[in-house]
Design a protein around this ligand. Sequence first.
Ligand code: AMP
Ligand code: MG
Length: 407
Amino acid sequence: MIAIEEAQQIVLSRTRFMPMEDVPLLQAAGRVIAENVHAPWDIPMTDNSAMDGYAFSSTTSVREQWVVAGFIPAGSEQTTLVAPGEAVKIMTGAPIPPGCDTVAPIEEVEQTTNGIRLVAKVTSGAHIRRRGEDVRANDLVVASGSVLRPQEIGLMVSLGRTEVKVYRKVRVAILATGDELLDAGSIPVSGRIINSNSYSLAAQVLEVGGEPILIGVAADSGEATREKILEGLHADILITTGGVSVGDRDFVKESIQALSGELLFWKVNMKPGKPVAFAILEEKPVFALPGNPVAAMVAFEMFVRPAMLKMMGHTRIFRPVVRANLLEEMKNGGGRPHLVRMQVTLKHGVYMATSTGNQSSANLTSLTQCNGLMKLDANTTITSGSSAEITLLDRGFEMGETAYGTS
Ligand code: AMP
Ligand code: MG
């Protein structure tokens, strides 16, 4: 039995980057870019007005008064020289015409009988956005390896791009095992349960940015298990759930070995999620996760998620860890580290946490209440009121329910 961290290292050392693909920019949102993007031109391309107002030469009128001799709306330009003593009305974004060096906003001028006069002090050069002040031609604007947010998408569009190179999404085949399993939507009869793991795992895959492929259920036999495993190898990763322990009906591990898979570990020193195997089969990573619903999800969280993120080019592949004040005593009298499901709250900038109650690995409700995991070492007690590190699984609880800037 190996430690969680060692198992993670083994997984990461055996996962490879996905191939790259060119996709339309909107499909690249949230993904990792696999090329350096340089600017082909300056932004702005020309000096232009930052305001709706009047453009003129600040050196040509001692009386701060100008004759209005033209109009330049956004989308047009004036290439003829604006004469000394003349101003042109100009809209935001329109290029500054030759002969002008300053813009006075509409609010800071007054109409006169034949033109305009300043009513406020406007400094020479004011209200002009300079060519290249945002981006200069040849600048590196988005570096390979960055996660693309809306602002990077917009910037690349403004530089003429419609497609970008990213790492392909990981396709993850999900195989459930067990004669007791019924399809989603069934009404269970005694002794049977609905295959919920395929769905919770698929939703985890989606959350990581991968593409889940549900390949159904393998009956509890070696032959059926091997057949379905081979089907799953068409994907980039195969996840199985259940049938990986030491029961009479656990065929997953032996099937992987029968198919000449390289078994890298089986059993990790953690609770929940001990019966978990990792193998390479026909060059594909295979994660054999436990059957218990909580154990399956926690094992996904610990091993599959970081692997998928790494494969898709992410460098930040682990969840954030915060220090929280414990609102109850936490005790692990057993010999394995516990990954305790925690409910974390934030009050006045301080994190506080309690366990989600019954920690049975069969009870999915211990996860529906949960937004954090705390690793509680074997034979350890942490007293109520002391602080501990908690890995945050989602940060929705930090979002405000009141308007920005209020509390
Ligand atoms: P196993 O490791 O196959 O013995 O499964 C352990 C427990 O998890 C058993 O109670 C199974 O019924 C349950 N289980 C296994 N697979 C699933 C699944 N796909 N969805 C929900 N529960 C499952
Ligand atoms: Mg089973």
